[in-house]
Design a protein around this ligand. Structure first.
Ligand code: ATR
Length: 299
């Protein structure tokens, strides 16, 4: 690490909990790699104190912040503006200091697109996506895919009403066709013929309940499918393992985590960090942490 001096800029992560986050490792790696004079720390923060904290951090000139669960929506009223991505998903994960206040962006969805492009040359444009889940993570990912020109997104969720609401929102964002189906639709094998990409945005299969999986019929997946899980602990969920054994290409949430961080770093510093080789380092670190609290690619 570069020596800390009177010019060192401070960056940080706001969340609750943040104790096992991989973001400090990742961002400080980027600082070293680009010889940027900055340091990144994790700040555990209670919801009731978010406004107070942001005012203080802004007064101190803290240059950039990541926001993770459960504050991605809580921070919105305290920001001076929002990027199109943050507006589309109603949540911010990256705050950038400006004289007027913190400006909110969201790099989660773009991080996933960058990870899939890097690993498989996958492009949202023209893709036909089966998306499991309709919560906050689903919103961010589907908005990014729709804005990047996905042909169709089919939302499958336990609560059908939430799936329908998200499908309506997607359709209003872009020309992407959007539909909603109940979880039971996953039992119909012919469904998988209509989609090339299957994305799990639910928490089903996350450690410590790694023996669970969403009710996808993985035997229907093959070489023409890409199976994606936003979960990164375990690095290969049961869903991804079965999809891989059926011949599908697979991507875990670790790539998304890496790229959402790289995009945040670029927004703060104007420098794009090198991401090659970092996913393996993150995975090795993850295996050393006994019980990470946040096991999805959200800071
Ligand atoms: P996040 O912001 O991480 O997406 P969330 O907004 O609470 O978290 O959303 C969780 C998603 O996982 C939802 O789509 C939820 O389904 P419901 O909308 O029906 O609640 C889904 N989910 C969580 N546990 C689930 C389970 N055991 N089976 C099926 N879906 C589940």
């Amino acid at each position: 690490m570069r020596e800390i001096d009177a010019e060192t800029a401070l960056f940080g992560l706001l969340g609750d909990p943040v104790g096992h986050s991989l973001s400090p490792f990742l961002q400080n790696t980027f600082m070293r790699q680009t010889d940027y004079n900055g340091v990144y720390l994790a700040f555990p923060l209670k919801k009731a104190r978010v406004g107070e904290a942001l005012r203080g951090l802004h007064a101190l000139g803290v240059r950039g912040l990541n926001v993770t669960l459960p504050h991605k929506e809580t921070v919105l009223p305290y920001l001076c503006g929002l990027s199109a991505a943050a507006q589309a998903c109603g949540a911010a994960n990256t705050l950038i200091w400006t004289p007027e206040g913190y400006y909110g962006d969201n790099t989660d969805g773009a991080g996933l697109l960058a990870a899939l492009a890097e690993k498989y040359g996958w492009q949202a444009s023209g893709a036909r996506i089966l998306l499991l889940g309709a919560g906050g993570a689903a919103k961010g990912v589907s908005a990014a895919m729709a804005l990047a020109g996905a042909e169709e997104i089919c939302i499958v969720n336990r609560s059908a009403e939430k799936a329908e609401r998200l499908a309506e929102q997607i359709a209003s964002l872009s020309g992407t066709r959007a539909r909603a189906l109940p979880l039971s639709a996953l039992a119909d094998g012919t469904l998988y013929e209509s989609y090339d990409t299957v994305v799990n945005t639910t928490s089903v299969g996350m450690a410590p309940r790694a023996d669970e999986m969403p009710p996808v019929d993985c035997s229907r997946l093959g070489a023409r499918h890409l199976a994606v899980d936003l979960i990164y602990n375990p690095p290969e969920t049961k869903f991804l393992r079965l999809a891989r054994l059926s011949g599908a290409r697979t991507a875990s949430g670790l790539g998304m985590f890496l790229h959402q961080g790289a995009l945040a770093f670029a927004r703060w510093t104007g420098t794009e960090p090198e991401t090659a080789g970092l996913e393996a380092q993150l995975e090795a670190r993850l295996r050393r942490v006994a019980n990470p609290d946040s096991a999805r690619s959200e800071g």
